[in-house]
Design a protein around this ligand. Structure first.
Ligand code: 4NP
Length: 158
């Protein structure tokens, strides 16, 4: 059976999207469906290719029981064919992805993570914590734990 594939995308792929990747993997594991899914993350920029997630992101992940350890990579055009869903962390990510999507079908694959926030509907993005402090990194985890568990089941059971 073909796996359902999700790609989380942020600017640098060292803070928000690797956290979303791992948090969603944990949710899928708890549901017993991890083997049915292909979950990955990528960045729009190329600055951090090959790097582990930001040490501050890893620290806050660790506090919540996660081990964020995927290596950063940059999104490539093949990702639009390879993945069923491409999930943007903020409006800038969404606009960029929409602009480079090769066709209408691929454009339809792009989702906004903020559309799945239930406890924090006042947020329209996962705020970029890179130039922020501990609270901003903590906030990323809290928001992603809300949004990722509310990703529609159809995404998991295509
Ligand atoms: P991310 O955060 O998009 O959540 O990974 C950032 C990481 C790096 C940079 C910006 C945002 N940067 O400018 O290098």
């Amino acid at each position: 059976m073909k796996k359902v594939s999700l790609l989380f995308v942020c600017l640098g792929n060292i803070c928000r999207s690797p956290a979303a990747e791992d948090i969603t993997k944990k949710i899928a594991e708890d549901k017993g469906i991890l083997t049915l899914l292909d979950i990955d993350s990528a960045g729009i920029g190329d600055w951090h290719i090959g790097q582990l997630p930001d040490a501050r992101m890893r620290k806050h992940g660790y506090i919540h029981g996660y081990k964020f350890n995927s290596k950063a990579r940059q999104i490539c055009m093949n990702d639009f064919n390879r993945f069923d869903y491409i999930i943007a962390m903020d409006k800038d990510n969404y606009s960029y992805l929409s602009n480079i999507a090769p066709n209408k079908e691929c454009k339809k694959k792009i989702l906004r993570i903020s559309d799945y926030l239930k406890l924090y509907p006042n947020y329209d993005k996962i705020p970029d914590p890179y130039y922020g402090d501990d609270d901003d990194f903590e906030n990323v985890i809290i928001l992603l734990e809300d949004a990722c568990k509310n990703l529609p089941l159809s995404l998991f059971n295509k």
